[in-house]
Design a protein. Sequence first.
Length: 279
Amino acid sequence: MDEDVVIVDVNYRVGIYGFLSFEDRDLPGNMGLKDQVMALRWVKQNIASFGGDPNSVTLVGESAGAGSVYHHTISPLSKGLFHRGIAESGSSYGLWCAAPEGFTKKLSIKLLELLNCKYTTTKAAVECIKNMDPNEVVKKLEHFREWQIDPIFNFGPVLEPQGPGAFLTGPVSSWVHNPVPLLMGMTSAEGLLRTLYFPYLNLSYEWYSNNFEKIAPISLLYFASAPNPNEITRKVRNYYFPKGKITEDDWVNITNMYSDSWMTTAILDGANKHTGDVF
């Protein structure tokens, strides 16, 4: 290390166990983000014993981690627990960072049906999943894929009901930012996270081109929130593939399309809306 710093690497629940939600008080969701809050509280209380300064805490995250960093600048639960942030390739304004109302509840109900859970209350549903083999629960994610591995993001952050202990609430327009300094940026060709699967899964580019209008909203993650997905798809295709037909020669443009949809727009939107200094 070039600088005298103490690094704390945090584990937190992800996927079903981190973000299952009925969007009600009994299963509000965002358990993974609340795990992170618990870790931040631990740091504040204990880091001095490891040579750290509890009054100089920097959050650092990349991709989903960047979304987490930015969420903490909004959540009232995180206020006072950190003093600056570094968000690389993500923010709270990404299409995968805050599900539209009802979306995660719909996924959660489908999961319970796949698991043959019988329940009349949210608490009973939670108990059913708790008693399941975790490996069997996670295997059910296969049923949420509509094309190859898409949508690549399913169970993620949600807007919780207002109340004590809520990590993130809506509407998005009501978000109040903790004006801590943020360093924001993006990893080059982040879209490879998706396009590297193309050769692995033997994608036919002719099929991709012919079915772009069907798969783009799902693959680019605006299918659940866009009021006019067909119009968006038309504009996306014209911008990234002006020749019309999509071929293997468009590999870079396809990668850039995913990078922009998933990461670049989130970074730009987040940088513009944050109320503190942004670098």
